[in-house]
Design a protein around this ligand. Sequence first.
Ligand SMILES: [Zn+2]
Ligand SMILES: [Zn+2]
Length: 359
Amino acid sequence: MDNYREYVGNVHVHSVYSDGVATYQHIAAAAATAHLNFIIVTDHNVRPEGLEGYRAAVEGAAAVLVLSGEEVHDVRRRPQANHLLVYGVEQELAPYSFGSTQGLIQAARQRDGICYIAHPVEKSSPVSPDLAAIPWTTWPPEGVHGIELWNYMSEFKGLLWSKVVAPFHAFFPEMGIRGPYRATLRLWDELLQQGYRIAAIGNADAHGTTYSMGPIKRAIFPYEYLFRCVNTHILTQSPLTGDVATDRALVYEALRAGRTWVGYDLPHSTRGFRCLAQSGSTSAVPGEELRRLGALIINVTLPARGEIHLRRDGKIIKRVVGTSLKHTSEEAGIYRVEVYRRFRGHRVGWIFTSPIYVT
Ligand SMILES: [Zn+2]
Ligand SMILES: [Zn+2]
């Protein structure tokens, strides 16, 4: 078995430093109540200094590691596009955002930054001019570590396709939330086939803003609710220690390597999910490469029943309904796992792993 440790976090969150309504302390409290281990706050074009640390925000709950990243884009660009999530850089990158997106990625990489494309595919909503689509338009994405495969608030925006349905989804979001867009999954598989190594993260993109329509007012959505929905699960090389510098390095190393999966933790927690590929005496988890030394064996185990799809080079090669999947093969390729389950009368996406690159 692998010796990695699993931690659950949300790595796309807004605070009062940009257009979110919550302070770092409030965000930490919401994360602690939702049993997250870490949070990376990613305000728009700003990275506040001196706010990172473990915050024991709720009595009886474990302290949450709160880090500061940045969601960077060229504010002068019309229409808006190309939101880039950057982690691990201790300076603001907004000054490098003007003009070329590729230049921004380069500036981040030169500073050892970790780059993930935020909400690569978006649908706009006619309900408000503030809800225009902000997709990624600069392909192929040279130099990025991964994409945000599933963004909860971005999918929610796509549900608001008319003023009639908007209040329904505002009150019963789980009736509409389904999973990553097919277009995003297709795009991802195409890029992987072109040889790009692209990991997957999934996030809330929480702002805590209030939605109002006539007499109806509702916070869309409280941070705590969102932290129980779409999260990024990471596998670290050793246990978190409680020391901020050490643990920051462990979290960022996992994101850089792409040892991640996206979990929709609301229907059922995805903690405990495992996916391991083995060949001879070597093994690999999502995000890693595995050189074949004979037969390839892939083992998937779930914390509860689900519909497991094993994909190689984008195509489903095995489908199992249950709590585990085992597959033996000789073939090289890019393997990844998707899991679906029933929730509130619908089939919803539950788990999406980063790829294992079998050579
Ligand atoms: Zn964004
Ligand atoms: Zn955002």
